[in-house]
Design a protein around this ligand. Sequence first.
Ligand code: CAA
Length: 697
Amino acid sequence: MSDKIAYSRHGDIAVLTVRNPPVNALSQAVRQGLWDGMDRAEADDGARAVLIVGEGRAFFAGADITEFGKPPLQPHLPDLINRIEASPLLVVASMHGVSLGGGLEVALGCHYRIAVPSARVGLPEVHLGLLPGAGGTQRLPRLTGVEAGLEVMTTGRHVGAKEAHALGIIDVLQDGDPAENGIAYTEKLLSDGAPRRAVSEMPPPTPIDWDAAFEATLKRGRGQISPAWCVRAVQASVEKPFAEGLKAERQIFYDLMQTDQRQGMIHAFFSERAVSNLPELKGVEPRPVQQIGVIGGGTMGAGIATAALLAGLRVTLLEMSAEAGEAARNRIAGNLVGALKRGKINQKGHDTILNDTLSIATDYDRLSDADLVIEAVFEDMAVKKTVFAALDRVCKPGCILASNTSYLDINEIAATTSRPADVLGLHFFSPAHVMKLLEVVVADATAPDVAATGFALGKMLGKISVRAGVCDGFIGNRILSTYRTCADHMILDGASPYEIDKALEDFGFAMGPFAVADLAGLDIGWAVRKRKRAEGLDPRARDAAYADKLCEDGHFGQKTGKGYYDYAAGPKARVPNPDVMPLIEAERAAQGLTPREFSHEEIVRRYMASMVNEAAKVVGEGIARRPLDVDMTLLFGYGFPRYRGGPLKWADIVGLDGLLADIKRYAEDDPYFWQPAPLLEQLVAEGRTFDDLNKES
Ligand code: CAA
């Protein structure tokens, strides 16, 4: 028998204990071990029941995701589960930690289920671009009914044991040791003469309007298809005999396994975990952080302070005056009310934060105890330098000095202090207590333990932290600035902002670039354009000034009620602002350009080509260490559709040679903007992909 499964006897009960750390994924060895364990129990004299229990953190975290995309290995999970369910012995699952995907499906193949109250169950396959492929779509609705079952599988959410008990997924809740609980429960079932109870033999649930449910789920998925296919699989559970339903589910599972969406989602799953795992920081101890300072209490500073307070850190927020300090406190209080409503904190936690762990100060000396200080003041080099000079004066030795700048040169800021090794960038995204991305900007002199502390802080705050090197805009804003410029070029040449937004929203972005600009505030892009013009634009660069006119008229997007769109009917009810197209037409006329038509395909292709090309430069220059760092930056900070994996995963899937050929073709009209990235040319020449680089790192 496989060493992943330990076999033992407790009276009449054969116990199969799963030992596959860290999370008991159902690898081939585990499946084989369970199969053999069932055989052995059935042949074991006097055994009347089988108990399946997990050792360590979980019952089962599901199928072994590392096996996906490779030829399937026997025994297949659906066969194993059918074999467990068909056993003449009584089979019981005792669940703790998580029982996810195939893990819950194993439990559903058992005849009875007991769980500790802290257990969580779920069918998260949709997050991998799949659906439950081992009977989950057939068995779960027989216990919960169609609507509750579909809700669980189309959202992929984790369901707490109490709710799962109420839904009929778990039979008994019992605190204590899962193995001991399971044995006691199985003994009771045996002594009560409880019958074998196969979920597959239960009557199918009541049908619903399947087409309506399919369409509604497809719409909610914003282009992601696997949740909608759960509806069709559940439909089969109602309309077909169990064995036929299982076949239908398996066919859909295999079809989804072949999709680009499955590749993209699984890339996202592993990259999300790999991104803050930097080889160069292995074994580097971060510095302890308990007390942090935040300079500036605007939207960003208050958001950063809120994130730190919610993570249990003590925060001193510095403002210029008592009034500004009070305004910052009110902003934080507003953020905390939101956290209270979402159940992130309770009333007591809320009150403790406001009355105890948060302090507002106007005097730099109050930061003398801080372990780490983050400045979030006005985006101006002279202002930043003044702040860092003051911090250098008051902060204790070893205190980490961080800037939240989005564009400015951290090396230049660090050089003005007497301790450049302690300086780094911590670039948060607004609202900082909500957005998941944190760019940890490692400057030339930043000490390794300072960089490690940036990642440790990110983890404490629940962020996805990405390492970035110093350049204008770091990883995310540098790439954004390029694809946004590409969008502006398409506007000059004939596309409208509304066509571009529609094409990219259909591609899967949460919002198109012009809707995003309205949300962020058009004044931000205006300030960047003014700065770049002041620094001197390259004479070969195309400039688009039409958006400046909107700003000059005081239209900054959602916050003023008008930008590219008009928000008179509310932020969600956007309609095109009628003033915009005349401004664009005037600019085209002034530049002597004749507008042409753009198809949605061309818009997406150009936009994505510019994004990938810049991303390849960012990786090639070492600003991002690996392609996956870029992918996670775009996913968690810029609304890139998760089911496409990230821009560089998307590029691998559509083919790097075709993309490079298109870039070269676009360069015939605008050689300055479309300079191919050397790394992209190299990969195409060598017949390799961005993912090959991820694997080498
Ligand atoms: N297969 C392979 N490896 C897995 C895994 C799985 N199903 N689940 C987790 N791991 C690995 C992670 O990659 C990670 O590895 P490293 O330490 O090398 O980075 C390690 O286990 C620990 O995972 P986390 O860091 O994520 O730990 P956590 O405590 O934060 O979360 C978890 C644990 C909730 C189980 C989370 O890992 C998770 O959600 N896993 C995926 C669960 C899932 O999607 N299951 C369904 C699989 S599909 C399926 O079952 C198809 C089917 O129907 C046949």
